[in-house]
Design a protein around this ligand. Structure first.
Ligand SMILES: [Zn+2]
Length: 164
């Protein structure tokens, strides 16, 4: 277990550098929620503050973000499920600044309000009513096929024009 001092430090670090938010992917309307902290590294190794934060909260992954060569490498710690976001929130909430605490609550609220597509009786893309027993949404599959056919048609036309 992390000490109160460590948790207070982690909350202060998250107040300053952390991000928490909910979003909906444009491609398929899938909802997502995440917490993250991004830091530049001066030695090319994982920044010690990120490793310390990860150890204190006990969850999350640290990965290297791709950066252009002229910049310092950047690393990010993140969690990407509602369960993990809740764990981080409940560990740090006591010490978080009001602004960050509100961001946590708003993200969680937004995530819940978006609802799961299953609960809402919608297809995965949240565009059509889900038909019980259908593995795939017929309307989405049809529109994908039409799109695919259009692409194939265009490819054939271009290939012909290019003589390949
Ligand atoms: Zn659909």
């Amino acid at each position: 277990m992390s000490t109160e001092t460590e948790l207070a430090w982690a909350a202060g670090f998250f107040d300053g550098e952390g991000y928490v938010g909910c979003s909906q992917r444009a491609r398929d309307n899938c909802r997502s929620i995440s917490c993250s902290i991004t830091q530049s590294s001066y030695t090319d190794d994982v920044p010690t503050v990120l490793a310390r934060f990860q150890r204190i909260v006990g969850i999350g992954n640290i990965y290297k973000k791709s950066t252009a060569e002229q910049y310092k490498p950047r690393y990010a710690w993140s969690v990407q499920t509602i369960h993990d976001v809740e764990v981080v929130y409940s560990l740090l909430s006591e010490y978080l600044d009001e602004v960050k605490e509100e961001q946590f609550m708003n993200a969680i609220k937004e995530y819940i309000q978006l609802g799961s597509y299953i609960e809402l009786g919608l297809c995965k893309k949240r565009l059509h009513k889900r038909v019980e027993g259908d593995k795939q949404c017929k309307e989405c599959t049809t529109s994908w096929q039409l799109e695919h056919n259009e692409t194939r048609k265009l490819e054939r036309k271009l290939a012909k024009a290019l003589g390949i």
